[in-house]
Design a protein. Sequence first.
Length: 227
Amino acid sequence: MTSFWRNIFFSKIFCLNCNEELRSGNIPGICNSCLHFFDFNGLNSLDNSLLEVYSPLIYEGMVKDLIYKLKYDGEELIAYTLGIIMADYIKYLKLYDKNTILVPIPLAKKREAKRGFNQARLLAEVIASELKISVRDNLLYRKQETPPLYNLSPGQRKLVLEGAFSFNKGFNNLNKENFILVDDIFTTGSTLNEATGVLYNAGAIRIIGLTAVIALKKEKFDKGHNL
C-alpha cells in the first residue's frame, strides 16, 4: 500500500493542504509554504504514566486541519505525509532497531467499517515501509465498543477504556522485541495506557508510544481528540 501511495505522490502536483501546485516540498504532499506553518513539538517525549510518548507535531492550526481531513473527510493520503514525518522523527531520535515492532491502536470494528480504515494502521504501514521494520496490526484487538472520547474528562476516558483491549494469544516471546504503539493524537494518554497495560501483562518489556500529534491544551477537547 505504501509503495502505491508513493507512486501517487510522484505524480501528484497539488498540495494536500492548500491545493496549490506542488512546485517544491521537503515533505511528500505538502508544499514548503504550508510546511512553514507546521507546529513542530520541541519536546523529545512526554512521560505518560506507563510509558514515554513521542509526538513530532503539535495539534494546532494547519496540522489540526490535516488530522481532521484524514479522520473525517477520508483523505487517506494525509497518512502518508504524517507517516513520513513520524518515521524521520524516530529515526533522528534513534528509537528503533531491527527488532522493533509497530503496533497500531485498533479501532472498534463498527467505527472502522464506517470510516473505511484505521488511521493508526495507515500511519504504522508508512513508518514500517520507510524504516524497514514490522507491523503487527493483529497483536491487539478492541473487544468492546467505547463511546466517542472527545467530550469526556480524563477520568471518564480512563473509566470507559478499562478492558477495551485484549491480546491475541497467538503471539508469544514478546520480551525479545521492542514495541512502539502507534496512534494519531495524544491528549490524556488513556488509550495508550490501556493498550500498554495489556502488552505488559502479556510479557512485553520494552514499549514506547508514538503519535503524529500531541494536544498540549488538554483542557480543550474537540471532535479531533481520540486518546
